[in-house]
Design a protein around this ligand. Sequence first.
Ligand SMILES: *[C@@H]1O[C@H](CO)[C@@H](O)[C@H](O)[C@H]1NC(C)=O
Ligand SMILES: *[C@@H]1O[C@H](CO)[C@@H](O)[C@H](O)[C@H]1NC(C)=O
Length: 534
Amino acid sequence: MNRVLKVASHRPFVSLLQTRMVSSLLISNPKYAFLKELGLQEENAGVFNGEWKASGAVVDSVSPATNEVIARVKTGTVEDYESAIQAARAGYEQWSDMTAPHRGEIVRQIGDKLRSQLQNLGKLVSLEMGKINPEGVGEVQEYVDICDYAVGLSRMFSGKVIPSERAGHVLLEQWNPLGVVGVISAFNFPCAVYGWNNALALVTGNSLVWKPAPSTPLTAIAITKLIEEVLQENKLPGGICSLVTGEADVGQALTKDPRVNLVSFTGSTEVGRIVGQQVQGRFGKILLELGGNNALLVNDDADLDMVVPATVFAAVGTAGQRCTSTRRLIVHEKVHDQVVERMKKAYAQLEARIGDPLDSNTLIGPLHNQQAVLKYKATVAEAIVQGGKVECGGQVLERSGNFVLPTIVSGLKHDAEVVHRETFAPILYVIKMKDLDEGIKINNEVKQGLSSSLFTQNISNIFKWMGPKGSDCGIVNVNIPTSGAEIGGAFGGEKETGGGRESGSDAWKQYCRRSTCTINYSKDLPLAQGIKFE
Ligand SMILES: *[C@@H]1O[C@H](CO)[C@@H](O)[C@H](O)[C@H]1NC(C)=O
Ligand SMILES: *[C@@H]1O[C@H](CO)[C@@H](O)[C@H](O)[C@H]1NC(C)=O
């Protein structure tokens, strides 16, 4: 977590102390020169409303790998938020007047700017969030991809022309922007999730206010600086993409503000439930991406050579901190023991690959903070109490940073309390199923409904799994793991996952209001349904 730094007084010994602290920031270390190439400094203003100016507390952004301070951020207050929303509203006036293909051209330039900093930004994501570098770069690549997608979309998000029942009339739909889109994003995808929202909201004609996770402000600042360059080069107001870092009070101000037409929230179900109700209470629009409790089903006819690497990737990737991480491995009883043995073998090789996320040998980085480590420990202990057997892992590593061993727990009942809870850590529960029907029931019995996958070779099973009696999740995979979505499809889930969809398919519609337009080009006044009104 961020530690709030006391503002220094003017006593001489304090400035001495400060000098020492400044020199120990990672940003001063030549090894991390990419931070300065991204325009970051030792202390960064965490608010952008066309200008960089912040008046809140100064916080440390900390590397989860060592708990050293990367750099500092002066965060935003509720007053700073006010300046940002005003800038976003003013920016909207100009932005929404531009044609959609012209807006697409600006988004194309944003994509190019991100491409030029792909590696640097990817490193920053790894350093600040803790995910391994290929995943950090992958996140930036996702933002680039959605920019490309949005550029095409800017010439394609057409409405329908519908046959009118009235002579001399035409009935059509036009998709108009909502106004301001507020994005509250989570620590685990500090770049891609904003990217999905940013690119689609922009081409459809909206401006944005972004409130990133309190623990990943540097990534948000670096991204916003790149967007700022593009807006400046095109003589557009920076407020179109406003940023306010800060704590829950800023998030609250945004959630309650009727000037924010859509709140796109990624985070826990617990907080999302409150955000959803507050936004609904003022009849704003919501897009919720909340918790998941994703299962991977292994039927007796599955290709186990595929199952093992797929499960390892999905269970330990991002150290189990993806919304789509596999948390439950539901295995047919005929192959259960064999799968557990093979998984244990694969996990045994992982220990040597835990480490610095920026090291190319590393497969598993740290958990994001110490709280997550405590949750991991507590959850493993509870799993044992509830009848689980730790097949491997279960330990916190004795070294600096927030490192834990990836863990497999077997023997728990499918409805054990701990199994039904989402823990953001690399803990995998292996559960037996008698047959696919029982597996589907277990898949669907949790409150969350984000991602799911089935490994089978049987075409009947595949279609059952996809259909109305199959998985009730938003993401229903076959023979690929639960994580690793691509941007072309709509991303999101049902039930306590919140129902939102982001990224591809027709997710763009959530950033629009639909205008149903009936136009009379005749000389008569026929009313619909043949009503006479004389
Ligand atoms: C596929 O599964 C169905 C039932 O789930 C079963 O009836 C059928 O025999 C299976 N087909 C093959 C080729 O194994
Ligand atoms: C359609 O337009 C004509 C010509 O302006 C007008 O006479 C007629 O009343 C209009 N019909 C409706 C439904 O407004």
